[in-house]
Design a protein around this ligand. Structure first.
Ligand code: EPU
Length: 310
């Protein structure tokens, strides 16, 4: 084993970097291959240590070393085969510290459903739209997850992220921007590690609105393996409706199938590979384009490195 008995471990908790880690269980689609190197740090500081140790003079790694990030895996299509480089799972960076009764510093691996439930229980409004959205806070922030014209980034006062050198960066409101399923911090060669989320204590949780958002998701195949909506809604249109009208329901490639319940969901009915799912995404987009002239943009994230350590 390449990494055994090398001094990289001397500065790290033992065996924090594993080799040949299967990745398919880390994605709700249940597809994808194996990580060459894999780390699941338990704190932002531990992630910094991992990156700094990789960069250290006696490091056994070959450079540039691509670094991939997976959070809750609810919106990511992991590639087949070997993912060369380091894959970081943020799931164990999951602590939350309440700074006052409506503001909390929350690590990126913390569960979005648990955050929503906590606010509901504390009768603090704001995140009703996120009822039923799965995943981690980091993933939700990087794609500004939301519904009904709202997104989680609206509540982020400050976001902390680790860069390719292992430095901690802080972005305060105004230093990042966001829109429909988009946040400028995503694509900035950063790993989001925590955010200070601030809610308005004077606005009570609207249980009816929360229930409405949750029940809208009853039209979705939530008990099957999928990565949520495949495509973003084009301005003023519904991707699900367009796909349905173009006859995409039931289309399949291998074990990847377009849901009969909601046409904007692709399901893994068995052992679908990333390439099966990618091909089905391409076929659906092509069919909608040929029939309507609308070019759908995927919402599911492709598997690509956030940065390379040099
Ligand atoms: N529709 C069809 N056929 C279908 C699916 C939908 O005709 O197969 C029609 C529906 O009847 C409705 C319209 O399309 O008239 C819109 O569908 P829906 O209400 O299901 O909402 P959506 O626009 O498809 C959005 C978000 C979901 C979110 C729901 C509920 C996007 C791409 N999708 O879906 O988010 O859960 O609203 O709030 O913005 C996600 O991002 O992964 C996701 C699932």
């Amino acid at each position: 084993m390449l990494l055994n008995n090398v001094c990289i471990y001397s500065s790290l908790p033992e065996k924090i970097i594993k080799e040949n880690q299967p990745l398919s269980d880390l994605s709700t689609l249940g597809a994808g291959g194996t990580a060459e190197y894999f780390a699941q740090p338990e704190s932002p500081e531990e992630l910094q240590q991992v990156i700094r140790a990789i960069r250290s003079a006696d490091s056994p790694f070959t450079f540039p070393l691509p670094v991939y990030v997976i959070g809750g895996g609810t919106n990511t299509l992991i590639s087949d085969g070997i993912t060369h480089g380091l894959t970081v799972s943020t799931r164990k960076m999951d602590s939350v510290t309440w700074l006052n009764d409506s503001t909390a510093e929350i690590q990126s691996g913390f569960s979005l459903p648990v955050l929503v439930r906590t606010l509901r229980e504390r009768n603090i409004g704001g995140l009703e739209f996120a009822e039923g959205i799965p995943g981690t806070l980091g993933g939700a922030l990087s794609g500004n997850a939301g519904a009904g014209g709202k997104g989680v980034c609206e509540f982020a006062d400050r976001v902390k992220a680790v860069d390719r050198s292992g430095n901690m960066m802080t972005f305060t409101r105004g230093e990042f921007d966001y829109g429909y399923r988009r946040c400028s911090l995503c694509g900035e060669a950063l790993i989001i590690v925590s955010a200070v989320m601030s809610f308005d204590r004077s606005v009570p949780y609207d249980a009816e609105a929360g229930e409405n958002f949750r029940s809208r998701r009853k039209s979705q195949p939530l008990n099957s393996r999928s990565a949520g909506c495949t495509f973003k809604n084009p301005e003023g249109k519904s991707a699900g409706k367009l796909l349905d009208e173009c006859g995409c329901k039931g289309l399949s490639v291998g074990d990847a199938v377009v849901s009969d319940k909601h046409a904007n969901f692709i399901l893994n009915k068995g052992h679908a590979s990333c390439s099966d799912i990618s091909e089905l995404i391409r076929l659906c987009a092509e069919r909608v384009y040929e029939n309507t002239g609308v070019m759908l943009e995927p919402e599911i994230r492709r598997w690509q490195p956030v940065f390379c350590v040099q």
